[in-house]
Write a protein that binds this ligand. Structure first.
Ligand code: GLC
Ligand code: CA
Length: 557
C-alpha cells in the first residue's frame, strides 16, 4: 500500500449478511462463529475489510435492521465473546471489521421506544417523532419504504409515530440533542472495542424537514420514503458525529445515502474529512425502476444511461470527494440477472462486471457470493419469500395494480431475497451452508456454483476478483488516475480510460451477447493486457470483442 494514501482508498470491502453466510451450529441460521471459521477464505480472496450487516439484538422484523439493543449480540448469531473472538482473529489475519450503524430508527422493542409510547410526558417521548392526527388521518402523505403510510396510530396516547420503514422501526428524532449523544456514545463504545468503522444505514434520512410537509405522491397515494433525503440538518449532525464520535479513531465510514445527488455527495464525502469517507449512491441500481411502488416497476437497462451515471460520478467526485463502487448488496437482486447473462455467459459476464467496476476510482465492495457468480433464485410461490419488503409489496400492489403473475415476475427480478439465499460453499447438501434446515432456501445451482469448485478452478470468477483486489492494494494508480468515458452512445460497449502522468489504462467491456468490432484509440499499439476474461493474449488495431468480453490495457507513454 502507498503510505501517503488512506488505507480505505486502497482497500476492497467484503459485505457479509450474517444470517446467510455460514451456520456453525446446525440451526439453519448463519452466525458469528461461522464467520470466524470462514475468515481464511476471505483472506485467500484478498479483501482488506469485512462489513457485517447488523449483528445486534433484534426481534428480526427486518432481519436485524430493527435493533432493540445496540450493545448486545442477537442470540441467534452468538455472544459478545464470539464477537470479540471474531474481531481478534480478523485483525490477526490483517482484516478490518466494519459494523452496520442503524440509527435512523430503532426497533419498537427498544427500551427507548417502549418508554416513549407509555405517555406523552414520558422523558423518552421526544426520542421519536410523534404527531396528532390530521382530519382523523395520518399527519401527512409520507409513505413507508415497505408499502403503506409511514405513520402508525398508537391507541394508548392517541398520536401517530413516524416509521419510514416498517411499523416495527420507529424513526428516531435526531433533532433531539440527547438522541444524538446516545448514538455517539454507543459508537464510541464499539470503536473502543477496536472495530474499524461503520456503514451507516439510510443516514441521508435522519434530518426531517420542519413541519413535516406533504410531498409528491406516487401512484399508491403515498410519497417515496426518500422524501426525507438530505434534510436541512443532516450535514450539521454528521459533522457533530465526526467531532464527537469518530475523530480520535482511524475508521472507514460509508453512508448509505438513498436519494443522494452528486452535489450532496460532495458534502457528505468531502475530502476535507469533516463528515464521511464515502457514500453509497443508488442512481445506477435504481435506473431500471418505473414509478409504481418505487422499485417494483422495471424497465430494461440502457447501457448509455448506465455509463452516463457511473461516469458522471467518477468525474464529478474526482479530487473533491470519494466514490464507493458496488453492483450489489443485501437489498439488491443479483447483478448477473440485471446486467449479465446468467444462462449463456454466467462466468464471462460475471468477470466482465468485476473488471468494469473494479478498475474505476473509488472503494470497491463485493457482496457475498458475487465472487462466485451467484444468481437470482427461481421463486415459484409467494411462501418462498422471507423478506417483509416483498410480502408487503405484494399485498399493496395485487390486485389493485397488478395480477399475481405480473407481481411474481417483479419479485423474481427485484426481491431482496435474491441476495439473501445461503452462501454456496460446496456441492454438499444445503450447499455446505448448514447441516440443518436453512432459514431460506438454497439456490438449486449450488452443485456447480460454489466456493469449493471456484477455488479448485484457476480460471474461475473468484480468481478474477482476487486479481482485481490485489491490483487495488498494490497499484495506487487506481486510486489516483483521472477518468474519461469513450463512446458514450454505444449501446453495447463500455469503454473508459484512466490517466496519471505517463501511465494509461484502457478498459473495454462488451455488455452484449454479440461480437462487437472496435478500433483501438491511438497510443495503445504496444500496450500490455492487464486482465481479461476470454484468454485473450493480444489485440490489434482493428479487432472484435467477443460476447461479454472485457479486458484492460496498460501503457506507459
Ligand atoms: C437500509 C438497509 C435495508 C433496511 C433499511 C431499513 O436500506 O440496507 O436492508 O431494510 O435500511 O433499515
Ligand atoms: Ca447458527
Amino acid at each position: 500500500m502507498n503510505e501517503k494514501l488512506p488505507w480505505w482508498k486502497q482497500s476492497t470491502v467484503y459485505q457479509i449478511y450474517p444470517r446467510s453466510f455460514y451456520d456453525s451450529n446446525g440451526d439453519g441460521i448463519g452466525d458469528l462463529n461461522g464467520i470466524t471459521q470462514k475468515l481464511p477464505y476471505l483472506q485467500t480472496l484478498g479483501v482488506d475489510v469485512v462489513w457485517l450487516s447488523p449483528i445486534y439484538q433484534s426481534p428480526n422484523d427486518d432481519n436485524g435492521y430493527d435493533i432493540s439493543d445496540y450493545q448486545s449480540i442477537m442470540a441467534e448469531f452468538g455472544t459478545m465473546e464470539d464477537f470479540d473472538r471474531l474481531l481478534k482473529e480478523a485483525h490477526a489475519l490483517g482484516l478490518r471489521v466494519v459494523l452496520d450503524l442503524v440509527a435512523n430508527h430503532t426497533s419498537d422493542e427498544h427500551p427507548w421506544f417502549v418508554e416513549s409510547r407509555r405517555s406523552k410526558d414520558n422523558p423518552y417521548r421526544d426520542y421519536y417523532i410523534w404527531r396528532d392526527a390530521k382530519d382523523r388521518k395520518e399527519p401527512n402523505n409520507w409513505g413507508s419504504c415497505f408499502a403503506g403510510p409511514a405513520w402508525e396510530w398508537d391507541e394508548q396516547t392517541k398520536q401517530y409515530y413516524l416509521h419510514l420503514f416498517s411499523k416495527k422501526q420507529p424513526d428516531l428524532n435526531w433533532d433531539n440533542p440527547t438522541v444524538r449523544e446516545e448514538i455517539f456514545s454507543m459508537m464510541r463504545w464499539w470503536l473502543d472495542k477496536g472495530i474499524d468503522g461503520f456503514r451507516m444505514d439510510v443516514i441521508s434520512l435522519i434530518s426531517k424537514e420542519p413541519g413535516l410537509p406533504d410531498g409528491v405522491p406516487m401512484a399508491t397515494g403515498y410519497t417515496s420514503f426518500n422524501v426525507c433525503a438530505n434534510g436541512p440538518h443532516v450535514h450539521e449532525y454528521l459533522k457533530q458525529m465526526r467531532r464527537e464520535a469518530l475523530a480520535p479513531y482511524d475508521t472507514l465510514t460509508v453512508g448509505e445515502c438513498s436519494g443522494v445527488t452528486l452535489e450532496e455527495a460532495k458534502r457528505y464525502a468531502n475530502a476535507d474529512g469533516s463528515e464521511l469517507n464515502m457514500v453509497f449512491q443508488f442512481e445506477h441500481t435504481d435506473m431500471d425502476f418505473l414509478d409504481l411502488g418505487h422499485k417494483w416497476g422495471y424497465q430494461k437497462v440502457s447501457l448509455p444511461r448506465l455509463k452516463e451515471i457511473l461516469s458522471r460520478w467518477q468525474v464529478g467526485l474526482h479530487g473533491i470527494a470519494w466514490n464507493s463502487l458496488f453492483w450489489q448488496n443485501h437489498d439488491q437482486p443479483r447483478i448477473l440477472n440485471r446486467l449479465g447473462d446468467p444462462v449463456h455467459y454466467r462466468e464471462r459476464s460475471a468477470k466482465l462486471l468485476a473488471i468494469c467496476l473494479h478498475l474505476m476510482e473509488g472503494t470497491p465492495y463485493v457482496y457475498q457470493g458475487e465472487e462466485l457468480g451467484m444468481t437470482n433464485y427461481p421463486f415459484q410461490s409467494l411462501d418462498e419469500f422471507r423478506d417483509l419488503d416483498s410480502i408487503r409489496a405484494y399485498e399493496e400492489l395485487v390486485p389493485r395494480f397488478w395480477s399475481h403473475e405480473e407481481m411474481m415476475d417483479a419479485l423474481r427480478y427485484k426481491s431482496r431475497d435474491n441476495a439473501r439465499t445461503p452462501m454456496q460453499w460446496s456441492d454438499e447438501p444445503q450447499a455446505g451452508f448448514t447441516t440443518g434446515t436453512p432459514w431460506i432456501a438454497v439456490h438449486p445451482n449450488y452443485r456447480t456454483v460454489n466456493a469449493k469448485a471456484a477455488l479448485a478452478d484457476p480460471s474461475s470468477i473468484f480468481y478474477t476478483y482476487q486479481t482485481l483486489i490485489r491490483l487495488r492494494k498494490e497499484w495506487p494508480f487506481l486510486a489516483l488516475a483521472d477518468y474519461r468515458l469513450l463512446l458514450p452512445d454505444d449501446e453495447a460497449l463500455f469503454v473508459y480510460e484512466r490517466r496519471l502522468e505517463s501511465e494509461r489504462l484502457l478498459v473495454l467491456c462488451n455488455f452484449s451477447d454479440k461480437e462487437q468490432p472496435f478500433t483501438l484509440p491511438d497510443g495503445y499499439e504496444h500496450a500490455s493486457i492487464l486482465i481479461q476474461n476470454t484468454g485473450r493474449e493480444n489485440v490489434s488495431q482493428k479487432d472484435r470483442l467477443k460476447p461479454y468480453e472485457a479486458f484492460a490495457l496498460h501503457q506507459i507513454v
